[in-house]
Design a protein around this ligand. Structure first.
Ligand code: GTP
Ligand code: MG
Length: 357
């Protein structure tokens, strides 16, 4: 039987970071590992990023896990056939909820797949969650925040991620709130950039300490759907055939122009992520707030045939967000002398999820 660990949590909470760290650990132990990524879009930064780490990865695209169970079964079968993993991490898109009803229980009814769902971890960005628990203003609408609350409800373990970004008093406060709001629920305060913390997470999920609840959460599909449809997905794939010296600065200019455009239009950002790659180098760049600094240092020197994927997940009307991002890319491309071309462009509003019962 292949062990499957489901990982959910709001956009940008740190799921892929933890999964990649965990996958490296399994591989170092001599175990075979596989990853499933998921998104409403088609050209996924996370898939490119996981693949660049030499980790077998398959993806469920065009919808969240909760609406794409048949596709999930297909890719799990492919992954089992190709990579024969001992352990699989499946990351649902960060705007997905109700996984017990739509994935955990249906998987149990498919013993022929030889995959057992061992855990359901729900990640939260500790800074965001603390503000939510305190009742402080957040950049997202109540319906969007309802998605995050619904995810927390069905956590087999709640991972208070990015704990390194809170001071000790705030950590204490967050732990107390978590116990009050989700009494008796296993909780991990985690820094997923720290391998020791990830080891503790693996230990918990592999030992049965984070099993999904036996019964589905009560999810209000009207509010859940309203939250989804207030979000926007803007995906662009760009390529440059023969980038010379200065390629890195061109990528920096594109990221910066997009961040500035979103800030100018006061767009609440859930996660704006990029993957840049060329022969011999690749990197993922993440912005979970527009005030984030230091991301430039993540961008390597790039030259030759370069690809850039842009996945923006924001709260906005999708066509307008797409126009702002296209204008930003256009400005950056003109500044750089026009060596870039847009290969694919998807602009979408996630569809309201279907109620499974
Ligand atoms: N400081 C800190 N940063 C973290 C931690 N975990 C993740 N990050 C950063 O948070 C950003 C988003 O991380 P991802 O792993 O891409 O988040 P995600 O939940 O997979 O995002 P989506 O797939 O878009 O929902 C990246 O810049 C990570 O480096 C953590 O524990 N501490
Ligand atoms: Mg991810």
């Amino acid at each position: 039987m292949t062990r499957l660990h489901l990982v959910n949590g709001f956009l940008g909470s740190g799921k892929t970071t933890a999964i990649v760290q965990a996958a490296r650990e399994h591989m170092a132990r001599g175990e075979r590992v596989g990853v499933v990524t998921n998104d409403q879009g088609r050209f996924l930064v996370d898939t490119a990023f996981v693949r660049a780490q030499q980790i077998p990865v398959v993806q469920v695209t065009g919808g969240c896990f909760c609406c794409s169970f048949d596709q999930l079964l297909d890719v799990l079968t492919d992954l089992n056939d190709d990579a024969r993993p001992d352990v699989i991490y499946a990351e649902s898109v960060g705007s997905c909820a109700d996984l017990v009803a739509t994935v955990v229980l249906p998987l149990r009814a498919k013993p022929e797949l030889s995959v057992t769902c061992e855990s359901l971890s729900v990640f939260a960005d500790s800074r965001l969650l603390l503000r939510l628990f305190r009742g402080e203003p957040l950049p997202f609408s109540d319906s969007v925040l309802y998605i995050m609350e619904s995810q927390l409800e069905e956590a087999g373990t709640l991972v208070l991620n990015k704990i390194d970004l809170l001071d000790d008093a705030a950590v204490k406060e967050l732990l107390a709130f978590s116990e009050e709001r989700l009494p008796g629920r296993p909780v991990l305060a985690q820094n997923s950039l720290d391998q020791r913390h990830v080891l503790r997470w693996i230990e918990m999920i592999d030992s049965g300490g984070a099993q999904a609840p036996r019964f589905p959460a009560r999810v209000d599909y009207d509010r859940y759907g309203e939250g989804e449809t207030q979000l926007a997905w803007v995906d662009r794939a760009l390529s440059a055939e023969d980038l010379g010296i200065g390629g890195r600065m061109q990528v920096i200019a594109m990221v910066r122009e997009i961040a500035q455009a979103l800030a100018e239009h006061r767009v609440p950002v859930a996660h704006v992520k990029f993957h840049v790659s060329c022969p011999g180098a690749s990197a993922k760049i993440s912005l979970t707030t527009l005030s984030q600094t230091g991301w430039e240092s993540e961008i390597p020197d790039v030259a030759g045939a370069v690809e850039l994927l842009v996945n923006a997940r924001v709260q906005a009307e999708s066509e307008r967000a797409g126009d702002w991002i296209d204008a930003a890319l256009e400005r950056a491309c003109v500044q750089s002398g026009g060596g870039w071309r847009v290969v694919t462009a998807d602009t979408l509003t996630p569809q309201a999820p279907r109620r499974p019962y």
